[in-house]
Design a protein around this ligand. Structure first.
Ligand code: ATP
Length: 361
């Protein structure tokens, strides 16, 4: 059972809005989260697993005011009272949710958290993602149900595949059977969309903010767009064809090592804004709405159609190149606005209109 909103709202009734501490796990997008929270005047707390990351000394503006050092992620559950005493609001990031486990985060972590934790059920299951996005009118790559239906290249994703491992591409049925082997692992298969990848990062607010595009349930802004550097697939072409490489024992992988800022042709912006709006509207219908950052991960074809292959319902590491803002946020805000700072700004705004409950669960 998802930790109930009511339970969390009771906790924040006792919070002193002047003493809120923004906390997250020291990984992923934590540096911009701490820096952004500080820029918005909040205290910060870094949850470190094992030891305090030494390199944080090199980033004094982002180093949190205090650390909580734990042996593992599960220990966070035991620290709920201590964190609540400090008026903590947790910011979920990819490492935090992934290593703690989405279910434990959603069902057991009784600490006020920014955003709607129900999104965790919808984004961690590829079928539910499709129900949400396709159901809302967002274009996605077609699902191929059976290998006999493979007519064009497909990407095969094993269940539980994460961080770009556990995928393979097959151009036809024969290649599929050669590569699938006999492990019996469950998989899903979708049309391989050939084109250029873009990862637009949005921020959904339940409030009708006046520097945002209005949706049925609030408003949405485009914060930034990145493209991920994926090893080893991105550089494989330097050594020959993928088939040559495979014969030599190299297996192509999509493991993310970094992020590159990109912008879209302006003529392509209407469609991604339309998809963002559809994502927010459908989220409202399915699970009380999208609150905070989300990223539509997709590919543009040469027909200039955007296909979304995945959604992340929280801050993504692709926002890291934009700590001083992006070409888009420069047109939205009067100050340098990262997604990390935008989260803090939303909390600050919600407090100012006495609506903190709207953005916390
Ligand atoms: P994450 O690290 O975001 O959790 P993941 O491991 O769940 O990722 P996906 O994001 O679904 O995996 O896909 C990994 C990579 O595979 C993408 O970045 C992209 O390069 C490629 N990819 C996925 N689906 C498709 C598709 N339908 N067509 C073309 N490329 C795809």
């Amino acid at each position: 059972m998802v930790v109930s909103k009511e339970e969390i709202h009771k906790i924040i009734e006792n919070y002193d809005p002047k003493k809120i501490t923004i906390a997250t796990v020291c990984s992923h997008s934590a540096l911009q989260t701490f820096y952004g929270a500080r820029q918005e005047g909040f205290k910060t707390l870094g949850i470190a697993i094992g030891s305090i990351p030494k390199f944080y000394d090199a980033f004094p503006k982002a180093k949190p005011d205090e650390f909580l050092v734990l042996n593992n992620y599960a220990e966070i559950l035991d620290k709920a009272d201590e964190l609540i005493k400090k008026n903590v609001i947790l910011i979920p990031n990819g490492s935090f949710v992934e290593y703690m486990g989405a279910e434990i985060f959603r069902d057991k972590l009784k600490i006020p958290t920014f955003g709607n934790r129900k999104v965790l059920s919808w984004e961690s299951d590829r079928n539910k993602q499709r129900e949400w996005l396709e159901g809302g009118g967002v274009r996605m790559p077609a699902v191929i149900k059976h290998p006999r239906d493979i007519k064009n290249p497909v990407i095969v994703k094993y269940f539980g595949a994460k961080g770009g491992r556990g995928f393979f591409v097959a151009k036809n049925k024969e290649e599929f059977y050669n590569k699938i082997g006999s492990t019996g692992q469950k998989f899903t298969m979708q049309e391989y969309v050939l084109g250029t990848r873009y990862y637009p990062q949005f921020f959904a607010s339940p409030f009708k903010r006046d520097n945002a595009m209005q949706t049925k349930s609030g408003s949405v802004q485009l914060m930034s767009i990145d493209r991920r550097d994926e090893t080893n697939i991105d550089e494989m072409y330097k050594m020959g064809t993928i088939e040559d490489m495979r014969k030599q024992g190299f297996v192509p992988s999509f493991v993310v090592t970094g992020n590159v800022p990109v912008v879209l042709r302006e003529s392509l912006l209407p469609e991604i804004f339309d998809f963002a709006e559809k994502t927010c509207d459908k989220a409202k219908e399915l699970f009380d709405g999208m609150i905070g950052p989300f990223c539509l991960e997709g590919v543009y074809t040469d027909q200039l159609k955007f296909y979304v292959f995945e959604i992340s319902g929280r801050i993504v590491a692709g926002t890291n190149p934009f700590i001083s803002g992006s070409p888009y946020s420069a047109l939205t805000f009067d100050k340098q606005m990262s997604t990390g700072r935008r989260i803090a700004e939303e909390i600050r705004y919600a407090i100012s209109i006495n609506q903190l409950k709207e953005v916390i669960s």
